[in-house]
Ligand binder design. Structure first.
Ligand SMILES: [Zn+2]
Length: 431
């Protein structure tokens, strides 16, 4: 069965393409990409036509940082509901963090996740294996075995690796296996008991703060270890201006350091916590204006490589409690596109650059055969309307959880269709 996506503006940064193109998909793959009117009769014969006039057609988005709660916390999210949430957000590939129960620190859990994802067949799921057994930070996981089972990176995310010797060895092994280590950068001794950014607002609200230095020191330590060991460090959800500067310096030194930012860290400041809204409680916490400015500059000059959501669904029982007792994190997949488009509106990124940070760049860092639309590539595609205006409505989320500080926000940018390997997995019209 052929599909012709006709008349859209195709943005495919990996191939330097940005313009009007018709795209033909046959079975699972891209069959042809041609300027309007240039397709042969043979190419389009019998194809189902999707009219993409006025829309952007791009490789499906790739999110390298999601928490799907299965196994262990299926009441928050399952692999199936997480994949539906991803498809609704325009994501065709996601990488799942290992802080499930049991932890993904061994082959059997990795295989369980891959099998579940395959059975549901919605979006591609790339598991991330734990650095340490049980995320305890004491002994390394079976890193080689995890790689054989199919993980694309190692991380203890949700928790930092506090032990420097263990982290040093993690870099050494991961270098041997050719995969990056993703660090949740936080010195726990500086953040113990903290539930928001340390500063004026935390003092006003009487809440215990988490200083940016907790992040900066860990980023600095990991860069120092990287200097010694080689290997690859990917800094998860960067939130502090100083951390961005450290990554910039490490890159200038030629170290293999990359980093990501989550949309809430460029869209919100600690002011969102006023009123004790637990939907504004995340780790790392929302920071202040000067951090946001530094993050935007980091996006502009490519110090910040990619946008990743840190999708962290939580049930109401975990969020409708006092602020200091609530879980950290928000649903991220279904608001990422409109929030990222604000960067385009603010002229921080071009549309092409935004697409790059959501597609080809993550594919490149994590060595995935996705994120591009040349002939023969697997046809993972998103079609979106960058101008459609609407109000975010959490009751429409496909995620099993609804925790989001963006409910009711008026935004621009709507996913029209998401295709994975040529098959439509989300369609706005059927919604
Ligand atoms: Zn984290």
């Amino acid at each position: 069965m052929k599909t012709l996506i006709k008349g859209g503006r195709l943005i495919d940064p990996a191939n330097d393409r940005d313009g009007l193109y018709d795209l033909v998909i046959d079975k699972r793959k891209v069959l042809a990409v041609e300027k309007p009117g240039k397709l042969s009769e043979k190419d389009v014969n019998g194809a189902e036509i999707i009219d993409a006039r006025g829309f952007i057609v791009a490789p499906g988005f790739i999110d390298m940082h999601v928490h799907f709660r299965e196994p262990g916390f299926e009441y928050k999210e399952t692999i199936e509901t997480g994949c539906q949430s991803a498809a609704a957000g325009g994501f065709t590939s996601v990488a799942t963090m290992p802080n499930t129960d049991p932890v993904n620190d061994n082959r059997s859990v990795t295989e369980f996740i891959l099998r579940k994802a395959r059975e549901k067949g919605i979006v591609n799921v790339f598991p991330i294996g734990a650095i340490s057994q049980g995320l305890k930070g004491e002994k390394l996981s079976e890193m080689g075995d995890l790689k054989d089972a199919g993980v694309v990176a190692y991380s203890d995310d949700g928790r930092p690796v506090m032990n420097s010797e263990l982290m040093r060895r993690a870099f050494e092994y991961s270098k041997m296996f050719g995969l990056p280590c993703i660090q949740h950068s936080e010195m726990l001794d500086l953040t113990e008991g903290g539930c928001m950014n340390e500063g004026l607002v935390s003092t006003e609200l009487g809440l215990k703060g988490m200083p940016t230095e907790a992040e900066d020191i860990m980023v600095y330590r990991d860069i120092a270890l990287l200097l010694k060991t080689g290997g690859r460090l990917h800094v998860a959800h960067i939130s502090s201006g100083n951390s961005v500067e450290l990554v910039r310096l490490a890159k200038a030194k030629g170290l293999q350091v990359t980093c990501e930012v989550a949309p809430h860290h460029f869209a919100l400041t600690e002011n969102a916590v006023k009123g004790y809204d637990t939907n504004a409680k995340m780790s790392p916490p929302l920071r202040i204006d000067s951090d946001l400015e530094a993050i935007k500059e980091g996006l502009r000059d490519d110090t910040i490589d990619i946008i990743a959501t840190d999708h962290a669904p939580h049930d109401v029982v975990d969020k409708q409690v006092e602020f200091n007792r609530a879980c950290f994190g928000i649903v991220g997949l279904e608001t990422a596109l409109p929030l990222s488009l604000r960067l385009v509106e603010e002229k921080i990124l071009s549309l092409g650059k935004m697409v790059e940070k959501l597609t080809s760049r993550p594919a490149e860092i994590f060595n995935l055969d996705r994120g591009a639309l040349r002939v023969g590539d697997i046809a993972d595609v998103v079609i979106f309307d960058p101008d459609a205006e609407y109000a975010i409505d959490i009751s429409k989320f496909k995620s099993r959880s609804k925790n989001s500080p963006f409910d009711g926000w008026n935004v621009k940018g709507k996913v029209i269709k998401t295709l994975v390997a040529g098959k439509t997995v989300f369609s706005a019209s059927s919604n």
